[in-house]
Design a binder for this molecule. Structure first.
Ligand code: UDP
Ligand code: MG
Length: 321
């Protein structure tokens, strides 16, 4: 099996998942074996600091289909998916979280839907989010609405990173030149024929969320700047508004001066300065986001470094993409 490409690759990004790992494997192993197709379970260890790495290697000893790719440092959920996409060999590639919030049983439905409807993408769509907190649901709703507008395409609502794609899609994604990939946006944007499968999102089976606030904000900023210059346009509009306001101030000041009632006082000066200052700062901030992005891509820094791939020579330690 190791020499030939499998029919299915299941890509799982994992960061410090020692608590959920045994339950995940217990549920996944019989399920994948029972699919009746050749597969590889490609776990991308995103620089875990806990026992995840050791546990993975142990499990791989008597599970030849389990393939472990370890990134040298924690590079984030999206970068871990990138690594998985680059290394996966399957004709179909399914991405799934390690925490069992996405029920692995749905993978069989994905394959069935892809074959029956002859599509390249099958989105897993959460039919209810009651297991998520109110705050998470609200921010998520805002995120999908904003993203659909920015990408200019309907982003399947409540479709996260649990999905199946065909080899054609994997190759298309891997051929994209930019590193700032947000998979849940890039895949709809590519526009391959797709369908949806509904599922109920469960609670995290064990452990705690690996997405802190700063990682969530990062995802949002990356999503916006990767797909749209709309914020830049917003900056332009704000600049115009600021310009109009200050023009009115000047006209007002001139009228007051010409009418001989003395120059406007300290208050209006301070007001003008602060309004313009605020707008300038805001615009600078927005520009900064784009400049930072240009800076990063011009550096062409690798998004992740692979330290180990159980499929390759065990002694090979050179970092590769
Ligand atoms: N993850 C990762 N790198 C990170 C953060 C998360 O590979 O820096 C993985 C994590 O192990 C899990 C998936 O991404 O398999 C989703 O993370 P999590 O379940 O913590 O996010 P949530 O469901 O809370 O949004
Ligand atoms: Mg989760």
């Amino acid at each position: 099996m190791r020499e030939t490409a499998p029919e299915l690759s299941v890509v799982v990004p994992m960061y410090d998942e020692e608590e959920v790992l045994p339950i995940f494997f217990e549920r996944m192993h019989p399920l994948l074996d029972g699919l009746g197709i050749t597969y590889e379970l490609l776990v991308v260890d995103d620089g875990s600091r806990d026992a995840t790495a050791a546990m993975l290697l142990k499990a791989a000893e008597d599970w030849p289909e389990l393939r472990v790719v370890r990134l040298l440092r924690n590079s984030g959920h999206q970068a871990a998916q990138s690594a998985g996409f680059r290394r996966a060999r399957g004709q179909y590639v399914v991405t799934i979280d390690a925490d069992l919030q996405d029920p692995p049983e749905v993978i069989a439905e994905f394959i069935e839907a892809a074959e029956k409807e002859d599509v390249d993408v099958v989105y897993g769509v959460r039919s209810d989010r009651t297991s998520d907190s109110w705050a998470k649901r609200t921010t998520a709703r805002g995120y999908y609405r904003l993203m659909s507008r920015l990408v200019g395409k309907q982003i399947p609502f409540d479709a996260a990173d649990f999905r199946l794609v065909s080899r054609r899609v994997v190759d298309a994604v891997n051929a994209l030149p930019d590193d700032g990939r947000v998979f849940r946006l890039v895949i709809p944007w590519l526009g391959f024929p797709s369908t949806q499968v509904k599922y109920v999102r469960a609670e995290r089976a064990a452990g705690t969320t690996k997405y802190n606030l700063s990682k969530m904000l990062r995802l949002t900023f990356d999503s916006i700047t990767a797909f749209s210059a709309a914020p830049l346009r917003l900056a332009t509009w704000l600049g115009l508004l600021g310009g109009t306001l200050s023009a009115l101030f000047v006209v007002g000041a001139l009228i007051v001066k010409l009418s001989g009632r003395g120059i406007p006082g300290w208050t209006s000066t301070v007001l003008a300065v602060s309004v313009i200052g605020a707008i300038q700062l805001l615009c600078l901030g927005l520009l900064g986001e784009y400049v930072a992005r240009l800076f990063q891509s011009s550096q062409r820094r690798p998004q992740f470094l692979v330290g180990y791939d159980s499929l390759e020579d065990h002694g090979h330690q050179e970092p590769v993409h």
